[in-house]
Design a protein around this ligand. Structure first.
Ligand SMILES: [Zn+2]
Length: 155
């Protein structure tokens, strides 16, 4: 597994800058099936303050692809997160930041996973919704009643 692990044993106090790339394989290791593709760069400014405390300022930037719930085509989501993490080494000299990176990317995913208006694959949308129309709200289009509404609205 390609994990983002910082080995703390071999360096004294001070600051280091590390880079990590989270690709599709990384997310598959977490048994994630929602993410279809991933290209996320992680920059970490890691500060070791003695044996007791290590801090990391992370910057996650890039894109992941998930399924658009309206047209079932890949939807690209931009990731831009700058969280800070703290680690107490204790007996463990390795700091695994994989879970944190994974969690922050998942937090970036929107609840409404739909393309902007007009950007969906029109063929799939037509097929899936029987040419539903008129709804302004993306949320309404995702409800199971949207298709019914479309039926009633058509003359
Ligand atoms: Zn779409």
């Amino acid at each position: 597994m390609k994990a983002f692990i910082i080995h703390l044993n071999d360096w004294a106090e001070g600051e280091r800058r590390l880079r990590f790339h989270a690709d599709l394989e990384f997310f598959q290791e977490f048994d994630n099936t929602e993410i279809l593709d991933a290209d996320v760069n992680v920059e970490a400014r890691v500060v070791k303050k003695g044996r007791e405390k290590v801090e990391a300022d992370l910057h996650l930037s890039g894109t992941v692809s998930v399924l658009c719930t309206r047209c079932l085509e890949p939807l690209e989501v931009h990731v831009d997160q700058a969280p800070a993490e703290v680690f107490t080494p204790g007996e463990n000299p390795d700091w695994d930041l994989s879970q944190a990176v994974y969690d922050y990317v998942c937090l970036s995913l929107p609840l409404q996973r739909v393309h902007p208006e007009g950007a969906c694959n029109p063929d799939t949308v037509r097929f899936l919704s029987h040419e539903e129309r008129g709804d302004e709200e993306a949320g309404a289009k995702n409800s199971p009643f949207a298709a019914l509404k479309g039926l009633f609205d058509s003359k």
